[in-house]
Every structure is written in structure tokens, then in C-alpha cells.
Design a protein around this ligand. Sequence first.
Ligand code: GSH
Length: 129
Amino acid sequence: MITLYGSFPAFDLPQSSPFVMKAEVQLKMAGIPYGLERGTPGDGPKGKIPWIVEADLKIGDSTFIRAYIEKAHGVDLDRGLTPEMRTAPPDCPVPACSEPFLVTIGFGCVCIERSPLEIRPPLFGSEGP
Ligand SMILES: N[C@@H](CCC(=O)N[C@@H](CS)C(=O)NCC(=O)O)C(=O)O
């Protein structure tokens, strides 16, 4: 069975990390049973969360996780898309944005409607900055 190493729920979201949420949605879409553990980025193969472990394989990065589960488990997460939809460029030029930029924008959206007192505990605990 696959174990997904990820973050924790915060701000009414199942995962505080958008990349972990992406990986978890991919596993759900694939219909693959999985366990969820909290991971420390430094323990992952790429120094970040998420990563998955299956048997003796450890795979980091939500995009590589998708490629692995599609190949190893014989699923096509784009099933149902027309050939035109499969080849269409994304509406948003996400690949042009760096990951730190995306994470900043993501947390910015979450934080905009909250006070620092609400934001700090879920991310850093009571001892945080
Ligand atoms: N390209 C990676 C990005 C993962 C990522 O940036 N994870 C962040 C959490 S949202 C992380 O672990 N950061 C810890 C660090 O950079 O030290 C993916 O798609 O999985």
C-alpha cells in the first residue's frame, strides 16, 4: 500500500501544503488506497513534502508521484478528456511561475482574510514567529 507523507490540516483545508493536496487528490482520483503520514520535508527524497512510499520505492514531488501512480497502477488521470483538451495549454501560465511564488500567492490568499493570530498556530504552533 502507498503511504503519502504530507502536511496537516489548516485553514479549513485538508492539507496546509497545496502540493500535498494535489498528490492526495491524484491518489483519490486514481482510486488507489493509501495511508497518510505527516512528513518532515528534510526526510523526503527531494527535501520537500509530499513524497510517497510504496514497497521499497520512495518518490518525491507531486508531478513525479502522478507519473508513478499512472504508470505503476495503470491509471490515466486525464481519462475523459478529449484529444483537444489533453493538448490544450493551461489557462494560467503556471509553469512560468516559480514554486516559491506560487506558495506565496497561495498562502497570501489564505492569509488575506485572517489575522496573524489565526494564521500562526496552525503553521508554527504557539512557539512560532
Ligand atoms: N515541486 C514540488 C513542490 C513541493 C513543495 O514546494 N513543498 C513545500 C511545502 S508547500 C515544502 O516542502 N517546502 C519545504 C522547504 O522548501 O523546505 C511538488 O510539486 O511536490
